[in-house]
Write a protein that binds this ligand. Structure first.
Ligand SMILES: Cc1cc2nc3c(=O)[nH]c(=O)nc-3n(C[C@H](O)[C@H](O)[C@H](O)COP(=O)(O)OP(=O)(O)OC[C@H]3O[C@@H](n4cnc5c(N)ncnc54)[C@H](O)[C@@H]3O)c2cc1C
Length: 245
């Protein structure tokens, strides 16, 4: 697996705390399966704008799932949301500029969508930055016009944090794609509260014929998996998980 030195070609503001970062491929193929992640490595002090404290190394690396579809040949994209005590993600969202070069390793990971083995239905369930690999899967299903029904359930604290909202709503105009957005800390007209049995059950055609992709913080993923297995009789082997800890 080669290493890649790729330049940031575009930064897209998605919310006050999140950005999409695109790396130009320049005709170089980058093969991956939707759902997988890469390791991004950079010298955080190179541009002179960011300071690394507490004696930590200035060269840092972190894992980020690709949010672009493998069918996109011009760039790979990651979707970054700052954490409560952000460091690398703070750099990416608030200090990074176009043109900066990263050392990129990958792809890695067993959390991926396989178009040759997929069940007829997929349910993508994510929270916060956990939307990243789910976007890649959704975009891939759409761009290849796969005969797969997909429902995405996306949980956030507030409305402004619903990343990729316009695109998900647009994709949901297709017959085989639908979505549920739910908010835990703000009043609105849509679904409220944490992902629950009804939100999943109302959009579930057949538990045995559905593959589930869960991505988000450890407790979120654990709770959803428990609910699927114990309350909705989903076979464990139908559940794929990616935990951002
Ligand atoms: C497989 C995988 C895929 C992932 N994919 C994504 C994704 O697609 N999108 C996404 O958003 N996240 C993703 N993550 C999470 C991501 O890799 C990071 O873990 C996340 O961004 C938190 O990293 P951080 O450096 O911001 O915070 P941390 O590593 O938690 O560091 C925070 C700590 O650094 C300290 N700190 C803050 N600023 C400084 C400073 N200037 N100097 C020194 N110390 C400082 C803080 O006080 C705090 O203690 C993924 C994780 C995994 C495992």
């Amino acid at each position: 697996m080669p290493d890649y030195n790729l330049k940031v070609s575009e930064l897209i503001e998605l919310s006050p705390t999140a950005k999409a970062v695109r790396f130009e491929l320049n005709g170089q193929p980058f093969l991956f399966t939707p759902g997988q992640f890469i390791m991004l490595q950079v010298d955080l002090e190179k541009s002179g704008k960011f300071k690394v404290n507490s004696g930590k190394p200035k060269i840092q690396k972190r894992a980020f799932s690709m949010s672009s579809s493998p069918t996109e040949e011009n760039f790979i994209e990651v979707t970054v949301k700052t954490t409560e005590e952000a460091f690398f993600s703070d750099y990416l969202v608030n200090y990074l500029e176009e043109g900066e070069e990263f050392l990129i390793k990958g792809p890695f990971g067993q959390f991926y969508f396989n178009e040759n083995e997929t069940k007829k239905n997929v349910m993508l369930i994510g929270a916060g930055s956990g939307i990243s690999p789910l976007m890649s899967i959704l975009r891939f299903i759409d761009s290849k016009n796969l005969d797969v029904n997909s429902h995405i359930i996306f949980c956030n604290k507030t409305e402004s944090e619903i990343l990729w909202r316009d695109e998900i709503e647009k994709l949901s105009e297709k017959e085989n794609i639908s979505h549920t957005f739910t908010l835990t800390r703000e009043e609105w007209d849509g679904e409220k509260g944490r992902v629950n049995k009804e939100m999943i059950g109302n959009n579930l055609v057949d538990a045995n014929e559905t593959d589930f992709y869960l991505c988000g913080p450890p407790l979120f993923v654990k709770d959803i998996e428990k609910m699927l297995v114990l309350e909705l009789d989903v076979p464990k082997e139908n559940i794929k998980k990616e935990v951002y800890d």
